[in-house]
Write a protein that binds this ligand. Structure first.
Ligand SMILES: Nc1nc2c(ncn2[C@@H]2O[C@H](COP(=O)(O)O[C@H]3[C@@H](O)[C@H](n4cnc5c(=O)[nH]c(N)nc54)O[C@@H]3COP(=O)(O)O)[C@@H](O)[C@H]2O)c(=O)[nH]1
Length: 815
């Protein structure tokens, strides 16, 4: 013991004389007796204050507390070695004294040297104990500082002891575990128990030192990771021990896990991610970056990212942009930029940039993530195209057209030029659609769209508004350009269209409105062009018309007529006139053509040339046609021609009626109802009705079976080719009156009529000429070989009563 101060003793002795004598003895050995007390209570009371190095304690003391009890209480308060001094050495006292782990037990009388030696040994033992305690404490503190726990497993007895920094992972407040190995294993996560057992057994047999990681789950929510480094030792006399340290590695594992996930995200992200330093130089890129931008990490490393990708930002140039970002509040930016791949191809990218600050608050890196949004742009464009274009023809639709129209008007206003609007509606498109079906109708619309595209300038706009309606928009300093354009369109439309294995001919009607004369806004101009288009239809179709003020009035009238027409059929406003048809050489009446008349209650007699086109456009023609056939048959049934046979009756049939699916059935029923003989009936159809050969052939075949004759009306004005006629069961062709009115003065017209007569002969068809007004014409036509004729020369269309009178006139007073 190496100390300068004397050893401080406390003496607990109730016999004064003994205490006095003992004190002197002790002092003679150089000890200091800091206090001499006579009772256990007094000793307990003063021990903390005196802090003696050793206590000499008599066992039998005055008072309630004896020496053993006092010693136990003192040791609870502070670690101080106690030597018992007693006159008794019986077992009972001895055993009680042993429980207090005394440092010595002297039975009176003792000699002075024995006392001194016992005190010295006790002090030496205490010093050794203190050294061990200090060492243990140091170890504990070191374990605590290193967050380590200590682990010891003794296979013999299968006991496990663990202490130190066990922290939270065993869910115990106590820093020490002392339990059986199974109890310890119960603390380990069930999935890791086998692994722990195997590692301990392996270490036990090999003894080379083992590292193992396992999880503990002290409660349902918590999961901790523990790393154990254990080694087996064999201490002679103590058997085998497996000793080691335990470390809570939860934070590290979670961080590693997080890093691992981040790295997986980084590597596998679909987005390109590139990390640059504070000067925008590339440090790390992921695979997606290489895939999108075309540069490997090696190629990109150290290069300025904006220079590498030739980035174009809408906001500011690269350096300034990054400086702003670094010094700004948010430290984050996202938006669209344009970049360039290694191949040189430019692409739009959606970019997000985050600023990374170091622990000193300085910018250390920027993390740039971006994706190629070319496909999104393409999809957007596609959607926009779909929203603005007609899916069938690919032409702009109404929405886009209206937008372009506004722009065109704006430009026309600024540049002070004309804006020309052409409204095109196909003639008889409904017939094609109804008879050939919608698929062929669609094909026809596509062909028309293509022809329009090829005809117009790139600066003109063509749009399909729906159905068979097209609009064309053109800017020009010359309003006459509209007429050229319209004529060009009409010309290309007339070219034969291959459809359904046939070749059909179509035409169109065009209305033209001009800015600023016909209107200054879109709505007024559209209305004007629409009205002009209807006017072109009313004028006979296959033509164009410029809008004029009076057309608006006519358009209103047209609407008025259309509505009135529906009422006229049931309202008894329709009547029939009959125009005789004669044999040319002898002018015998052999038949009549039924021609409808409309006696309008307010407008008076309305000629069919005005209301038939309206009836056809509006669909009223179906009801009107049925009415005409029924009444014509009724009125003509039983009327005799000059030879006493049933007078022939010719009835006009529109293309739309002719192609109706129930046309033949309705015809058959009408004949049955009226009793008119089928053999005396002739249907006049126009060349345009024959456009759709297959369906026409079918109907013509049915008519043939019924014995009804068919003639081609207005022959020569349409586009029937010889080959078409040759294949159809047509009985008669009716030469249009336009070839007749100037016959005597027009050699070309005469030649055409001659050719048509020859054609009819070669096709073994009868011929009739309409519009004969003069005797001279009749003579010429007779000479040409025309067998039949019709015209004012013989008779105007007349009511049935007048016809009956005329028929009754001997030899017919017909010119
Ligand atoms: N689908 C139906 N169309 C019909 C029906 N009724 C008549 N129409 C068609 O209307 C157009 C005009 O007919 P309309 O005004 O009756 O004129 C006819 C004759 O009056 C006229 N004509 C006859 N002879 C002469 C003449 O010598 N000179 C002259 N300038 N005109 C004359 O021709 C019309 C008959 O023509 P067409 O039918 O081509 O034989 C007309 O297209 C009718 O077809 C009906 O019920 N249904």
């Amino acid at each position: 013991m190496n100390r300068t101060e004397p050893i401080n003793l406390m003496l607990v002795e109730d016999e004064r004389v003994v205490a006095f004598d003992l004190k002197h003895q002790l002092q003679s050995f150089g000890y200091r007796v800091g206090a001499t007390v006579a009772s256990g209570e007094m000793a307990v009371q003063r021990v903390t204050e005196l802090a003696p190095d050793l206590i000499l304690m008599d066992i039998h003391l005055d008072g309630a507390m004896d020496g053993v009890e006092a010693a136990l209480e003192i040791q609870r308060r502070m670690p101080v070695p106690i030597i018992y001094l007693t006159a008794f050495a019986e077992d009972d006292t001895l055993n009680r004294a042993l429980a207090s782990r005394p440092f010595g037990y002297l039975v009176k009388p003792w000699d002075a040297r024995e006392l001194h030696a016992t005190i010295q040994m006790a002090l030496a033992r205490r010093e050794a104990e203190i050294a061990v305690e200090m060492s243990e404490q140091r170890l504990k503190l070191a374990l605590d500082a290193a967050s380590l726990g200590v682990f010891e497993w003794r296979p013999e007895g299968n006991l496990l002891r663990s202490d130190g920094h066990l922290g939270r992972f065993f869910g115990e407040r106590s820093a020490t575990l002392d339990e059986s190995c199974p109890a310890f294993l119960a603390r380990v996560h069930r999935d890791d128990r086998a692994k722990v057992v195997a590692a301990l057994d392996r270490e036990r047999s090999l003894g080379k030192g083992t590292q193992i990681e396992f999880r503990t789950a002290p409660d349902e929510k918590a999961l901790y990771f523990v790393e154990a480094n254990v080694k087996a030792y064999h201490t002679p006399g103590e058997g085998q021990r497996v000793v080691g340290v335990l470390r809570d590695v939860t934070e590290r594992r979670l961080l590693e896990d997080k890093l691992h996930k981040s790295s997986v995200v980084f590597r596998t992200a679909a987005e390109a991610i590139v990390i640059v330093d504070h000067e925008r130089r590339v440090t790390t890129v992921n695979d997606a970056f290489t895939r999108i931008a075309g540069y490997t990490e090696e190629q990109a490393s150290g290069l300025d990212i904006d220079v590498l990708l030739r980035t174009r930002r809408a906001t500011a140039d690269g350096v300034y942009f990054f400086e702003e970002l670094a010094t700004g509040q948010e430290g984050y930016w996202q938006g669209e930029v344009e970049c360039q791949r290694s191949s040189g191809e430019r692409f739009p990218a959606w970019q997000s940039i985050s600023v990374v600050y170091n622990t000193h608050g300085k910018v250390s890196n920027f993390v740039i993530a971006f994706s190629d949004v070319s496909e999104i742009h393409a999809a957007e464009q596609q959607l926009s195209h779909l929203a603005h274009h007609d899916p069938l023809t690919g032409l702009p639709n109404r929405l886009l057209f209206e937008d372009r129209f506004e722009q065109a008007l704006e430009l026309a206003r600024r540049e002070q030029h004309y804006c020309l609007l052409l409204f095109l509606d196909l003639d008889s498109f409904k017939v094609v659609n109804d008879t050939l079906g919608h698929i062929h109708g669609d094909t026809l619309l596509c062909i028309v769209a293509e022809r329009l595209r090829n005809t117009l300038r790139a600066t003109d706009t063509i749009a399909r508004l729906g159905g068979d309606e097209f609009v064309i928009l053109a800017g020009s300093h010359n309003p006459g350009y509209a007429a050229d354009l319209a004529q060009k369109i009409l010309d290309v439309l007339c070219e034969p269209v291959p459809l359904s294995g046939d070749s059909i001919t179509i035409s169109g009607s065009i209305g033209i409105a001009t800015y600023p004369s016909d209107g200054v806004d879109r709505h007024a101009l559209m209305r004007a062009a629409d009205i002009a288009m209807y006017s072109a239809k009313a004028e006979g179709r296959n033509r164009y018309q410029f809008y004029s003020q009076d057309m608006a009035e006519r358009s209103n009238q047209r609407l008025h007529l259309e509505q009135g027409l529906r009422r006229a059929i049931d309202g008894g406003q329709l009547t029939l006139h009959f125009q005789p048809q004669v044999t040319l050489p002898d002018r015998q009446i052999v038949g009549v053509e039924a021609l409808v008349r409309w006696q309008h209650p307010e407008l008076g007699m309305i000629p069919p040339a005005r209301f038939i086109p309206i009836a056809e456009e509006s669909g009223v023609i179906d009801a009107l046609g049925r009415w005409v056939l029924e009444h014509a048959c009724l009125e003509m049934a039983g009327l005799k021609d000059g030879l006493g046979g049933q007078l022939h009756l010719a009835v006009n049939v529109s293309a739309r009626e002719f192609m109706r699916s129930d046309f033949i059935d309705a015809l058959r029923e009408t004949l049955a109802r009226t009793g008119f003989p089928a053999a005396a009936l002739e249907l006049e159809i126009t060349e345009s009705t024959l456009q759709t050969i297959d369906r026409s052939l079918e109907i013509l075949g049915e008519l043939k079976k019924l014995g009804i004759a068919v003639s081609i009306d207005d022959f020569g004005t349409g586009y029937s080719s010889l080959s078409v006629l040759r294949n159809l069961p047509i009985d008669r062709i009716k030469i249009d009156r336009s070839f007749i009115h100037d016959l005597q003065h027009n050699p070309d017209g005469a030649a055409i009529v001659k050719a048509m007569v020859a054609l009819a002969e070669s096709l073994r068809m009868d011929i009739i000429v309409e519009g004969i007004e003069t005797a001279e014409q009749a003579v010429i036509l007779t000479r040409m070989g025309c067998a039949g004729g019709q015209g004012y020369l013989f008779s105007r269309p007349i009511p049935v009563a007048d016809l009956i009178k005329l028929l009754a006139t001997p030899d017919g007073d017909n010119g």
